[in-house]
Design a protein around this ligand. Sequence first.
Ligand SMILES: [Fe+2]
Ligand SMILES: [Fe+2]
Length: 134
Amino acid sequence: MALIDVSEYENVNISSIDSQHLRIIKIINTLHDVMGFEADNTIKVLLKQYSKVLQKSFETEEKYMKQVNVVNYISHKLEHDRYLKKIADYTEKVDSGSAVVDEGFVKSLRNWFINHQEFKDKKIGKVLYSKGIR
Ligand SMILES: [Fe+2]
Ligand SMILES: [Fe+2]
């Protein structure tokens, strides 16, 4: 069973943000499916993809937030920046063999995503939608 049920994903109603969120979910689900089965190299490649997709998604949201002057831009961006750093640090540890992608780690990815989506992204989605952005 997928770690994150895509059918339960609640859209923010901004198409580029939603499609990037779905890519994030897909990588989290894939990591969950293959951890412990696939070679370390596959896991490392997936982690790198995860960083790239996150970065792209954050850039999109930040561009829109600046465009419409969203009030909580700074705190939202800070949350993005801190998370990218956290993932980069973990990736480095996995690369050097001092950390592994396990159940706990993959669940932490899911939790961050769901939390961030609920308390940050849905809010900007509403603001953007009200300004006519789709
Ligand atoms: Fe997001
Ligand atoms: Fe965000």
